[in-house]
Design a protein around this ligand. Structure first.
Ligand SMILES: *[C@@H]1O[C@H](CO)[C@@H](O)[C@H](O)[C@H]1NC(C)=O
Ligand SMILES: *[C@@H]1O[C@H](CO)[C@@H](O)[C@H](O)[C@H]1NC(C)=O
Ligand SMILES: *[C@@H]1O[C@H](CO)[C@@H](O)[C@H](O)[C@H]1NC(C)=O
Length: 412
């Protein structure tokens, strides 16, 4: 016991002193910045140190004054958000929620996202989730939704001990064995067992489709939020959204109009959000990460490290192995068992998926998307084909560049 605690003191000494020294150097280097920002960043370094220093959160008493840490994965549909969410759901230190705003939809009906009432309900709901505060009606919905084994995105955290007797991966696992959750049981599990809450949220569910409305739920001292904004080439996103019925244009003379409107709105929202994030003070930009789907497709394991690093999570071999298999399936796409609705389909050869639009999408549709999206595509490093047959068909020519304007805006 004494030996154990002495070791812990020694360990803590190293874990605290070395980062503290680094921090001092950084403080000195960036002395022109204002001081509150540094106090905050110092708090964050300490938090990360503590977090990496302990393996078993269940037996660790977290300092209750530390703000609750939340990561929000935000994107348009068909941009890789489901697999990114899965990456977090696979980590045993993550309290993961797939599309939690569906709870708001189920409780109040599907509201127009420009409705002020929706903005209020959304912000209230999120600010409670960010504090691990779950009311009775929210619990009932989560109980039903996140533990449903037929739902492909059940939350490992909500289906595992101490909330259920067995891990979800255990063959003995059965939702019938899990007692109904209470505000106390879910709240304290969320607060004490997990280092971070991760929520994946589609842009179409955010009030006014504006990330600003999410951040307003984070802007208090007891809550800490980070944003991962996923972006994918709109020439892949938009036709894919159409193919899974996110907007409809089946054979009607309006089809070009709906493609036009969807392209215009999608790219406008992406651009407005990018510009909003770019103009945030550095304190907030430090908490933003832009992730392109294409970079993930090229090197999933590299992006896995990037995501975990941003979230302060230690890497796990089990997740590496799982992701490597998921993104390089040995069987063809057709032969694989689909996991429910095609909108949730994530097992795919990522590098093939990246270029699929180049032979699947009509040149006319590509021209229209480029017309409405050229500006944001330029910010994100996507090359316009501008009706060039060669660029369309020669997949040895990549249509995204390694460096791009928006990459420079965020330290991560
Ligand atoms: C949502 O509300 C706005 C105004 O509040 C309106 O212009 C828009 O058409 C509505 N959208 C839908 C899909 O009802
Ligand atoms: C928890 O959420 C409920 C509403 O769902 C609210 O009335 C209560 O004030 C919240 N508690 C805290 C500590 O935020
Ligand atoms: C990923 O899987 C491939 C086979 O599909 C294997 O050759 C490779 O070593 C794996 N890489 C890692 C890092 O696990």
């Amino acid at each position: 016991m004494a030996l154990h605690s002495r070791r812990r003191i020694v360990l803590r000494f190293f874990l605290v002193t070395i980062p503290a020294a680094i921090l001092l150097v950084r403080l000195y280097e960036a002395r022109r910045e204002n001081s509150t920002q540094y106090l905050q960043s110092m708090g964050r370094v300490q938090e990360r140190v503590e977090f990496q220093g302990y393996k078993d959160f269940q037996t660790t008493n977290f300092n209750s004054k530390q703000p609750q840490r939340n990561i929000l994965v935000v994107s348009h549909g068909r941009s890789g958000s489901t697999i990114t969410g899965d990456i977090f759901n696979h980590h045993p230190s993550v309290f993961y929620l797939h599309e939690p705003l569906q709870t708001v939809e189920r409780r109040y009906g599907r509201l127009n996202t420009t409705d002020e009432r929706y903005a209020r309900l959304m912000a209230d709901f999120l600010s409670n989730v960010f504090r691990c505060n779950f009311s009775k009606s929210v619990l009932e919905d989560m109980d039903h939704f996140y533990r449903n084994p037929r739902h492909p995105r059940a939350s490992h955290a909500i289906g595992s001990p101490p909330l259920c007797p067995y891990e979800m991966t255990d063959p003995r696992w059965d939702p019938k064995l899990c007692p109904p959750m209470t505000s106390e049981s879910l709240g304290s599990t969320c607060r004490n067992k997990y280092a971070v809450t991760v929520a994946k949220i589609l842009m179409s569910r955010i009030a006014e489709n504006n990330i600003k409305n999410i951040l307003s739920a984070c802007d208090t001292s007891d809550v800490d939020c980070q944003i991962i904004f996923l972006i994918r080439d709109p020439r892949a996103v938009i036709p894919s959204a159409r193919s899974v019925g996110f907007f409809s244009d089946q054979g009607s003379p309006l089809s070009l109009n709906s493609l036009r409107l969807f392209s215009y709105q999608t790219c406008k929202q992406t651009e407005e959000n990018l510009v909003f994030l770019k103009n945030l003070p550095l304190k907030w930009r430090n908490r933003v990460m832009i992730q392109r789907y294409e970079d993930f497709a090229m090197d999933p394991l590299k992006v896995l490290s990037r995501l975990y690093n941003f979230a302060g999570l230690p890497m796990l071999d089990s997740v590496k192995t799982w992701l490597n298999q998921t993104t390089h399936p040995s069987q063809s796409r057709e032969k694989m068992t689909k996991e429910g609705h095609p909108a949730f389909f994530t097992v795919d050869d990522a590098s093939v998926a990246m270029n699929r639009w180049r032979w699947k999408v009509q040149p006319h549709d590509i021209s229209m998307i480029e017309h409405y999206c050229s500006h944001v595509m330029q910010m994100m490093g996507y090359t316009l084909v501008d009706r060039s047959y060669e660029l369309m068909s020669d997949i040895s020519i990549p249509l995204f560049s390694e460096d791009y304007e928006a990459k420079e805006w965020f330290p991560h």
